[in-house]
Write a protein that binds this ligand. Structure first.
Ligand code: ADE
Ligand code: ZN
Length: 344
């Protein structure tokens, strides 16, 4: 059995996906025209040619500029729907998606325009595609904690009734340590949100420890640089901390020179609950299944590794225990008798 078909058939969750990072060049052009937004590109090819970043900040500059085409609820709905269709085609049964409200409110787009458009798409995706979902709002760490609090307050009604399920931390990691947001994360925990934070993508291993110890996160997004601290790796493994790893993104931004040197297999061997995700698929050259296949081929992962990655994604999700159990039973069924036959 070929690996792509095997992985597609495994029930799995995507846990690290920025919706604004799923804005592909075609959609960017279409929305720019639809909304009369002036973008500095004349064609899809010109947009693609601009994706030459090798550092997080270079990427973020383009990512924030690209967002400017998102103006109406319909734009956010279309963006999220396009992503969900891709995720469903890749065999995702559940997704936990990030959005960056401050990236929109700072441009004069109300919080509710972004949130309502996305939530409508998630509801339709559940009905039409059978993909369940949760929405996580991220705060931008290059801005102040007070700015993050303002976003959190605007999200109040959405948090109160569960439409927003979690708080995340993203954007420029260097010089913006997790502890900068300690009070905000404490308030979010008090409001019942689940907590995640990017750490160890470009920042040091100590930022991963800080996200765990000072912010009390339930998952670490990326976490690659934790491997530089063996004692931290043991602690993360003992706690069963999920890492949401993004192989194709890491190739561009995390200093991984070649997929054959990606740390995913080392993470699994160290007992870390690593998962595979796409981060910003429109910018990094692949959606969920592309990420699985790229890293599995390069590292010669076997069927058991692939099943473990899918299992980690279900177990590390914020689904309730009954839903996790149901997905894990289906995963066991999908893997039974086939995992041994997967051709690397
Ligand atoms: N925002 C969108 N993608 C991101 C990434 N990979 N790291 C930090 N912030 C982001
Ligand atoms: Zn990310």
């Amino acid at each position: 059995m070929d690996m792509r078909s095997f992985v597609r058939a495994l029930p799995k969750a995507e846990l690290h996906l920025h919706l604004e990072g799923a804005l592909d060049p075609e959609t960017m052009m279409r929305l720019a025209r639809r909304n009369g937004v002036d973008i500095p590109f004349r064609s899809v090819e010109e947009i693609r040619a601009a994706y030459r970043f090798t550092e997080l900040q270079d990427f973020l500059d383009i990512y924030y500029r690209g967002m400017d085409v998102l103006r109406t609820e319909e734009d956010f709905y279309d963006l999220a729907t396009g992503y969900l269709e891709r995720a469903a085609a890749d065999g995702a049964v559940h997704v936990e998606v990030f959005f960056d409200p401050q990236g929109h409110t700072a441009r004069g787009i109300p919080f509710a325009v972004a949130a309502d458009g996305i939530l409508a798409a998630l509801a339709d995706g559940r009905e039409r595609l059978g993909v369940t979902s949760l929405l996580i709002m991220c705060v931008l760490r290059h801005l102040s904690e007070d700015d993050g609090f303002a976003a959190f307050r605007e999200a109040g009604p959405y948090i109160a009734d569960g439409r927003i399920a979690g708080l995340g931390l993203d954007s420029t990691e260097r010089d913006n340590p997790p502890a900068k947001f300690e009070r905000l994360f404490a308030a979010a925990r008090g409001a019942g949100l689940r907590l995640v934070a990017h750490a160890g993508e470009e920042g040091p291993a100590s930022y991963v420890a800080e996200a765990v110890d000072r912010l009390g996160v339930d998952r670490i997004d990326h976490g690659n640089r934790a491997l530089e601290d063996p004692a931290l790796v043991r602690r993360l493994a003992e706690r069963g901390m999920t890492l949401t790893v993004c192989p194709l993104s890491n190739l561009r931004l995390c200093g991984v020179p070649d997929m054959r040197r990606h740390p995913l297999k080392r993470m699994l061997d160290a007992g870390l609950k690593a998962t595979v995700n796409s981060d910003d698929p429109a910018y990094f050259g692949g959606y969920l299944l592309d990420n699985f296949v790229a890293v599995a081929e390069a590292l010669e992962l076997d069927g058991a590794d692939l099943v473990a990655l899918a299992r980690n994604s279900i177990e590390g999700s914020f689904l309730d225990d009954a839903a996790k159990r149901a997905h894990l039973d289906r995963l066991a069924g999908a893997a039974a008798g086939r995992a041994e036959q997967v051709r690397p």
